[in-house]
Design a protein around this ligand. Sequence first.
Ligand code: NAD
Length: 260
Amino acid sequence: MGDRRTALITGSTSGIGQAIATAFAGAGHDVVLTGFGDPGAIESLRARLERDHGVTVRHIGADMSRPGEIEAMMRSALAGFGAVDVLGNNAGIQHVAAVDEFPVDKWDAILAVNLSSAFHTTRLALPAMKARGRGRIINIGSIHATIASPFKSAYTAAKHGLAGFTRSVALEVAQAGITVNAICPGYVRTPLVDAQIPDQARTRGISEDEVIRQVILANQPTRRFVGLDELAAIALFLASDAARSITGAMIAVDGGWTAQ
Ligand code: NAD
């Protein structure tokens, strides 16, 4: 294995994925960014990571709900870099509705992006990892990988599924130098969450600070958001040699949420 390592993080044009991709670039990995967004903003992120960290960074704009696009993405990444040493399955979407009113297309999309995409990236990344005798697969779960909330049936089903997938693949590759884990965050302040705050404040007639403490963080005992820096640090640790015996684990980073 050469010295250069490559990290492919899905959904890394925003939020948690971007923070993790940035951390891996900072640690000297070549990086494949994936995800949607304004092309100019994505290109400036890509160029900034290359400039700041002296690594190669590519963006591949594949749709994680489409297996054919995932295959093309993985083929292109493997051809360009030889292997994906660190695979971060992070792309995710949400929809909140009662199960008997849940739009069928939203159910299918959530299962495809939040669960099945990890199957496709994993099955396509593993052969090169096995050939190198080393690999790290880091899935971004959620508290909803282990507990449930009403009106989030698709998200909870997908994240519970991702937990089972993580454990099963971890067992399959346990002797191949490859670890497979899930980081399970509580609420993290990303554009996704930010967008809800002003609406909630208006609807409930309370301040944005009150929305954060009384609504969003009501079940998060620390009453503060999990920091992007915390998740990036754990991902880096999981990719290190020191974490070689951590596999099949659901790592809760939820301010005590699931301890209740
Ligand atoms: P985000 O909306 O900021 O980022 C999501 C990323 O996924 C973006 O880059 C987006 O372009 C990409 N994406 C969405 N659909 C895609 C598709 N079809 N194909 C390709 N890329 C697609 O969200 P985030 O808050 O950073 O969430 C990232 C992950 O963390 C998700 O899996 C989410 O479930 C999980 N998570 C988030 C929180 C939170 O509080 N923010 C908590 C627990 C778990």
